[in-house]
Design a binder for this molecule. Structure first.
Ligand SMILES: [Fe+2]
Ligand SMILES: [Fe+2]
Length: 286
């Protein structure tokens, strides 16, 4: 099973750019095209929040059109740039979002890997939260299938990354969530967005990670006082998390765009192993 992760799409109304600079809609279209060109297509696509830039109804309509070419199921969770009510209005018909209740969290049991989407949004705030209600919900869902390989996906990372200004708006309640997740060794991965960079950490007895954005990236600045966070236009990317019962979940980052190649590995005559297959046994023994 291949799980594609796209994140921080920051879709705008048609014709408008994010921060007056980033054509996020065109960049999402390029990412969707890249996914559909893969010779081995993903089985599902997860989008881990900041689906739109401002949570506007027009942005969700544009998002729906941009995602339409994907032939596999697509599962969305909101981020701090989203608005639950507008997201729900446009995507409710897909059938996996809860019909009522405050949070847009859910479990997908249709695949070899169980998928748990978490809603970490605090309306009007940049940071996220796993509050008591959400922690209890997560614990209940994990306890229902403790033997199933499981991926949790969410917008705000519940762990610290060293990107100090972003860490200030990460997922609060992360330690409480870690206490729960650590009791379920079947959690293969906690997949996040929000930080717009490729980041991995050992956390709660599993691996937690952040995928780069399909649009702009957060500048890498590990100074303790790195405020304000700046963005740049490093290559847009998505991740492929490949599951097999033999090797578990293995994750790859793929860049969207043409960077040259593919080229064949034609070995230089000076390469140490060049011609090794034809080396005479006597020579090899010297
Ligand atoms: Fe974002
Ligand atoms: Fe975010």
């Amino acid at each position: 099973m291949i799980i594609a992760q796209i994140t921080d799409l920051h879709v705008r109304p048609p014709g408008r750019f994010a921060y007056d600079r980033v054509n996020t809609n065109a960049m999402l279209k390029a990412a969707v095209d890249a996914l559909m060109r893969l010779e081995r297509r993903p089985d599902v696509v997860l989008a881990s929040g900041d689906l739109t830039d401002c949570g506007l109804a027009d942005e969700y309509v544009a998002l729906r059109e941009l995602l339409a070419p994907l032939s596999m199921p697509v599962y969305l969770v909101p981020g701090n740039h989203d608005r639950r009510e507008n997201m729900r209005a446009v995507f409710q018909a897909d059938g996996y979002l809860p019909a009522d209740g405050e949070f847009l969290h859910y479990v997908i049991d249709d695949h070899p890997v169980r998928l748990i989407g978490l809603d970490t949004v605090v309306p009007g705030e940049g940071h996220g939260l796993m509050c008591l209600r959400r922690l209890n919900w997560l614990e209940t869902q994990l306890a229902r299938a403790p033997g199933e390989p499981t991926v949790i996906f969410m917008h705000h990372p519940p762990f610290l990354t060293g990107l100090a200004d972003m860490d200030r708006i990460n997922c609060r309640g992360g330690d409480s969530m870690a206490d729960i997740v650590a009791r379920f060794p079947n959690v293969e991965r906690v997949l996040c967005g929000h930080h717009h960079r490729p980041i991995q950490a050992r956390w709660a007895g599993t691996l937690a990670s952040v995928s780069p954005s399909t649009a702009h990236q957060v500048a890498l600045d590990l100074k303790p006082d790195n405020s304000p966070t700046m963005f740049n236009l490093e290559p847009p990317a998505y991740q492929l998390h490949v599951w097999s019962p033999y090797s578990g979940l293995v994750s790859h980052t793929a860049y969207v765009g043409d960077y040259g190649g593919p080229y064949p590995f034609v070995l230089d005559p000076d390469y140490p192993g060049h011609g090794a297959d034809n080396a005479a046994p006597a020579e090899a023994a010297e």
